[in-house]
Design a binder for this molecule. Structure first.
Ligand SMILES: [Zn+2]
Length: 275
């Protein structure tokens, strides 16, 4: 079990699944350079390890979950998620979760929001939780052109059904005395990172502001699925610099599990040091 504390906030990494990433699908505009510069990190098939990690937080007397992984359904090109096994290993029942924060509303961050019961009826998987979602993120994806699009089953299955359980907020609101939102738009319009500050210690849960450590050197290598790749590169670059400047703990759900470390400057370059 990978667990760290940031002052009075406890952070436990819960693996939903590991993935193998193909740069030709993931960032086709930069795939040639990716392979040229980082080919030594690939496996025999030219694939690169990534993870989908959710984070369980204990903060200010509440239990929170940041992102809910891929979920139980078969999705083209993705494995099924295993978050319930990780929760069990951490001795946490889904009914104990008070708040769920979806950093944004993509398929690999909302999967366990809901499950289907034996009768095929959609139920929330966390029966007592309130979902905290950015209002602009919700409004963007709930537009009919996205909600009704054939490839967006996850919006119909995992996002729309939680409406009665969700509180829509702006990034200026604080989650509690230790937890804030850090607006990091670009990947999606309402994407947020989560800032943690307690007892003089700091951390950031980066969400999809960055998918892979190669972006430390190449913040402009935006994945194909960034809604605004220029804006996402700016958000990513800023988040890296802020983390390097004050040494806050870096918590990245798509970097290799558990995704805990620090961004440091070595000889003028930003470098990741895993915890
Ligand atoms: Zn993601």
């Amino acid at each position: 079990m990978h667990r760290i504390t940031i002052g009075n906030v406890e952070v436990t990494a819960l693996l939903d699944t590991n993935l193998l990433m193909n740069p030709r699908h993931f960032m086709p505009a930069h795939a040639d350079e990716f392979v040229k510069q980082y080919g030594d990190q690939a496996d025999a098939r030219g694939l690169y390890p990534m993870s989908i990690t959710c984070y369980l937080l204990r903060s200010a007397g509440k239990t929170l979950l940041v992102d809910t992984g891929l979920g139980p359904r078969s999705r083209p090109g993705f494995p099924k998620g295993q978050l319930p096994d990780a929760l069990k290993a951490a001795n946490v029942d889904p009914g104990e979760i008070d708040l769920i924060v979806n950093t944004h509303l993509h398929i690999d961050h909302v999967g366990w929001n809901t499950v289907e019961d034996e009768g095929g009826k959609t139920q929330v998987f966390f029966p007592k939780a309130t979902w905290i979602i950015q209002q602009n993120e919700w409004e963007y994806w709930m537009q009919p052109e996205f909600l009704e699009a054939p490839g967006n089953d996850h919006l119909r299955e995992c996002v729309a059904p939680i409406e009665g359980h969700a509180k829509l907020v702006s990034a200026e609101s604080a989650l509690d005395e230790h937890l804030t939102f850090i607006p990091t738009p670009g990947h999606t319009p309402g994407h947020v990172a989560i800032g943690i500050a307690s007892q003089g210690e700091r951390a950031v849960i980066v969400g999809d502001a960055s998918h892979h450590p190669v972006q430390l050197e190449h913040p402009d290598w935006s994945p194909a699925f960034d809604v605004d790749p220029v804006l996402s590169a700016e958000s990513r670059d800023r988040l890296f610099d802020e983390a390097a400047a004050d040494g806050r703990t870096w918590i990245a759900g798509h970097w290799q599990h558990p995704g805990f470390g620090r961004i440091v400057r070595l000889e003028g370059k930003r470098v990741f040091q895993a915890l």
